[in-house]
Design a protein around this ligand. Structure first.
Ligand code: XMP
Ligand code: MG
Length: 173
């Protein structure tokens, strides 16, 4: 599988950018009641690194939704497989995602979380593929804007695998 990957972002590029994002979040959320909401499974390496780069006291919580059937295309349907374990009402929620592609997943997740009346709700993603957008979603923090490639590594998968690669690469199926 690894022989079908062309490197896109190195470990070093990711590390540098994630540190910058953490500093920015620390400045923006100082004095706030932050809950970092991670969208599983893809977010796990980014979330762990971003949370440690954000030198503030905050809570974390995870949600898992299904939008992909293991293939390459979003279905537009979102089911909650795992919900948050804490309330975000009146709190400052930051949704952290691995990649925003069509925007369908985050659009639905955002509406779902807004119904719970957080004091604020922002979105942070490692990668953004704006050329693929089907629905407008306000993305407040973007690590890297990329072209329309199918990418793997640093949390992103092909058929559930390759999430453990420490870098991001373009996958050629
Ligand atoms: P949408 O289209 O709803 O997609 O914005 C968000 C989810 O789709 C997955 N996704 C990808 N996964 N390589 C992947 O491994 C990709 O290039 C890719 N593009 C979208 C991802 O799970 C994300 O949460
Ligand atoms: Mg995925």
């Amino acid at each position: 599988m690894r022989d079908r990957i062309t490197p896109l972002l190195t470990e070093e590029q990711i590390r540098t950018r994630v540190r910058e994002m953490g500093r920015r979040l620390a400045a923006d959320y100082v004095g706030k009641d932050l809950v970092m909401v991670g969208l599983l499974n893809g977010v796990f390496p980014f979330f762990a690194d971003l949370a440690r780069a954000t030198e503030l006291d905050f809570e974390v919580s995870f949600m898992q939704v299904a939008s992909y059937g293991g293939g390459l295309e979003s279905t537009g349907e979102v089911h909650i497989l795992k919900d948050l374990d804490k309330s975000i009402q009146g709190r400052d929620a930051l949704v952290v995602e691995d990649i925003v592609d069509t925007g369908l997943t985050l659009h639905k997740v955002r509406n779902l979380l807004l119904d719970r009346e957080p004091a604020s709700l922002r979105i942070c993603t490692l990668l953004d593929k704006p050329s693929r957008r089907k629905v407008e979603v306000p993305v407040d923090y973007v690590g890297f804007t990329i072209e329309d490639h199918f990418v793997v590594g640093y949390g992103l998968d092909y058929n559930g695998k390759l999430r453990n690669l420490p870098y991001v690469g373009v996958f050629h199926p």
